[in-house]
Design a protein around this ligand. Structure first.
Ligand SMILES: [Zn+2]
Ligand SMILES: [Zn+2]
Ligand SMILES: [Zn+2]
Length: 274
């Protein structure tokens, strides 16, 4: 299984457009992995997670397209995770090679409401909006992938995703969220080990205080809790992402800070293969 993380910033991107803080200025000068765009990922070239306004440029930069995507899965309704108007590019004339079968779209009730408001029924875009995702209610995608939505500590109805591909490989997609709710930790414990675990690290070097995101300390705490339950095992690839300039730690600082804890620091376009 291949997970490509296209964007690794918090909502405003890093450097942020209206900001000249030290972390933004330093990122402008260092470039490379310190340039971070908004959230989104692709799994095995067939499943897209979230769709920020940066998606088009992310695909251009990585030489990819979404022509093989059969399912688009949203975590929550914040604008760095969904911009409904951007979904129009899935239909003609914005593509000359539209998907023959409409792309299935999964999200919570707010997300599906936003899409239906943008594209009134019958949907005049090449999308097939599925019943709202509910916490703890597993859904099966058309290729046999199973997704278990779990509550986040973030905004109302925000979901984290335990994704099991048909070959048995699994991802815990753990952002956006503060410290994981107890029932989410418990459900993960019952579901068994994962191959990749991805965490929210918006606050970087600032302390986690459950304002809906984590910093380095909270990621380490959550990794430790999930190790105790054998959700994270020695073979698990653990990844931190969704970084804000307000966290202060640049890419190299994050790598140094996380290295003793076995946590990988994502950068835009990184692919993890398990
Ligand atoms: Zn976010
Ligand atoms: Zn800044
Ligand atoms: Zn959010």
């Amino acid at each position: 299984m291949q997970l490509t993380i296209l964007g690794t910033a918090a909502a405003e991107g890093w450097p942020a457009p209206f900001c000249r803080c030290i972390a933004c200025q330093e990122a402008r000068s260092r470039k490379g992995p310190d340039i971070r765009t908004r959230a989104g990922a692709i799994i095995d070239n067939v499943i897209k997670i979230d769709f920020s306004a940066d998606t088009v440029s992310q695909l251009q930069r990585t030489g990819r397209d979404l022509c093989n995507i059969h399912s688009l899965v949203f975590t929550h309704q914040h604008s760095d995770h969904i911009v409904p108007t951007e979904l129009e590019w899935a239909c003609e004339p914005y593509t000359v090679t539209p998907s023959k079968v409409p792309i299935k779209v999964y999200g919570n009730c707010v997300v599906t409401g936003m899409i239906r408001a943008e594209f009134p029924e019958p949907l005049d875009v090449n999308l097939d909006v599925q019943p709202d995702l509910q916490p703890f209610v597993e859904v099966e995608l058309e290729d046999g992938t199973r997704i278990l939505p779990l509550p986040a500590d973030h905004c109302e109805h925000a979901l984290l995703l335990r994704i099991r591909r048909p070959d048995g490989k699994t991802i815990f997609w753990g952002h956006d969220s503060g410290r994981l709710p107890a029932e989410t930790v418990s459900a993960l414990g019952q579901a068994g080990p994962v191959d990749i675990a991805v965490f929210d690290c918006t606050f970087g070097g600032q302390p986690s205080n459950n304002r809906g995101h984590l910093g380095v300390d909270g990621v380490i705490e959550m990794v430790s809790a999930l190790r105790t339950l054998d959700v994270i095992v020695d073979a698990t690839t653990v990844v931190a992402t969704h970084f804000s300039h307000n966290g202060g730690l640049l890419h190299d600082d994050l790598i140094r800070t996380f290295a003793p804890h076995g946590v990988n620091v994502a950068h835009d376009g990184v692919t993890y293969t398990v």
